[in-house]
Design a protein around this ligand. Structure first.
Ligand code: FAD
Ligand code: DHB
Length: 391
């Protein structure tokens, strides 16, 4: 098979890229190792930045998001039994976010791709990217028990952290920047209306907790747990008891309980691979970088990368200039490092590290108090949360 852009991975990055290229009249083929049901059910992110919402709408993929998504104008920070609301539009000149799950973004993009776009092959596992440094890179893959080759003008590795694309960048040209955190998130889905109409990020001496949602009747909740925790070690009532403790306030706010339908543990890591391009291979999304989930940047960064790539390729077609394509890595990395910094700041401000001292606790509380009392500090959080603009 031959195509202009070979896309590895049908997560949000690969699916959106295929849609953007289709809209620009550029053909692509998407290879996805898992089956459709798996990709559509995998529980992950839930918050879309303003820029992501705008991109999905402009790509003709925003209709259901606009009907069913929940626009949010702020978040609540909870610490020391206090509650502080961060008002996004007031602090950013009108920016906000949308609660619309990654599962739903993927379902919408898959339906569009199958109806209008180029080939999207499920259960097609990329085995290797070859000849990335030449004008005709190839993806070797296995589909329906047979090995085949996809010949491309460009390959975009959207195959997540565990994919194969990154391995095609020679080691001596790669630099990796990494940090792991000695804790993870136990995430649960529960059939109960959210106990607050906006997200609540809580810092507590027992650890971090987050109240989020998937719809007006489904809550999504997270608890900081020690690294290596098995979700099965936590009973449902134990989870609710712990959430209740960490969300405690000085007023009469209450956490509603309901049946827990899913639970899993996510490890926390910061990771950046530089450069994000080698020859005609481009890395996008989790294939190139990981952020800890606090602040919900992962999916939004993936969107920024593929928009940057699609615009650069269109620019090449329209002007003959490869300048933007050549600047892909640098352009993306500026935004990536801002998101890395933001996610790191949110994570270290809100989680209690093992061995944290009373001094560390006081510093965290001082950082939160600063956000609650200084417009400049509140604006910094609101700008980061609603998203860094694309160049
Ligand atoms: P992915 O969504 O990982 O998609 C990559 C795709 O490539 C997958 O479908 C995979 O099956 C496919 N693939 C892999 N290898 C191959 C291969 N060899 N051949 C073909 N296909 C391949 N972010 C948040 O903001 N909030 C959260 O709460 C949150 N929770 C998360 C929980 C988990 C367990 C994980 C792993 C991530 C979470 N994230 C969260 C991050 C966010 O979901 C990711 O940043 C986002 O999915 C990135 O999209 P992507 O398309 O780059 O990669
Ligand atoms: C969700 C995940 C996040 O990482 C976050 O900061 C906010 C919300 C969520 O899954 O709903």
């Amino acid at each position: 098979m031959r195509t202009t852009v070979g896309i590895i991975g049908a997560g949000p990055a690969g699916l959106l890229l295929a849609r953007l290229l289709h809209n620009a009249g550029i053909d692509s083929v998407v290879l996805e190792s898992r089956d459709r049901a798996y990709v559509e059910q995998r529980q992950r992110a839930g918050i879309l930045e303003q820029g992501t919402v705008d991109v999905l709408r402009a790509a003709g993929a925003g209709a259901r998001m606009d009907r069913e998504g929940l626009p949010h104008d702020g978040i609540e920070l909870r610490f020391d039994r206090r509650r502080h609301r961060v008002d996004f539009p007031a602090l950013t000149g009108g920016r906000a976010v949308m609660v619309y799950a990654q599962t739903e973004v993927c379902k919408d993009l898959i339906a569009l791709q199958l109806k209008e776009g180029g080939p999207l092959l499920f259960e097609a596992e990329a085995l290797a990217v070859e000849d990335a440094g030449t004008d005709s890179p190839r993806v070797r893959y296995r589909h329906e028990g047979r090995e085949s080759v996809l010949e491309c003008d460009y390959v975009v590795g959207c195959d997540g952290f565990w994919g194969v694309a990154r391995k095609a960048v020679p080691e001596h040209l790669s630099r990796v920047f990494e940090r792991t955190y000695p804790f993870g998130w136990l995430g649960v889905l529960a059939d109960v209306p959210p106990s607050h109409d906006e997200l609540v990020y809580a810092r507590h001496d027992r650890g971090f907790a987050l109240l989020s949602m998937r719809s007006p009747s489904v809550s999504r909740l997270y608890l900081q747990v020690p690294e290596g925790t098995d979700a099965a070690d936590w009973g449902d009532e134990e989870i609710w008891d712990e959430l209740e403790r960490r969300f405690e306030t000085g007023d009469d706010w209450r956490l509603e309980r309901g049946p827990i339908t899913q639970k899993s543990v996510t490890p926390m890591r910061s990771y950046v691979h530089e450069p994000m391009r080698h020859g005609r291979l481009f890395l996008a999304g989790d294939a190139a970088h990981i952020v800890p989930p606090t602040g919900a940047k992962g999916l939004n960064l993936a969107v920024g990368d593929v928009v940057t790539f699609a615009r650069a390729l269109v620019h090449l077609g329209e002007t003959g200039s490869a300048e933007r394509l050549d600047a892909y890595s640098e352009t993306c990395l500026r935004r990536v490092w801002q998101a890395e910094r933001f996610s790191y700041d949110m994570t270290t401000m809100l989680h209690r590290a093992p061995g944290a001292t009373p001094f560390d606790d006081r510093i965290q509380l001082a950082r939160l108090d600063r956000i609650a009392t200084s417009r400049a500090a509140g604006t910094d959080l609101a700008e980061g949360y609603t998203g860094f603009p694309l160049d």
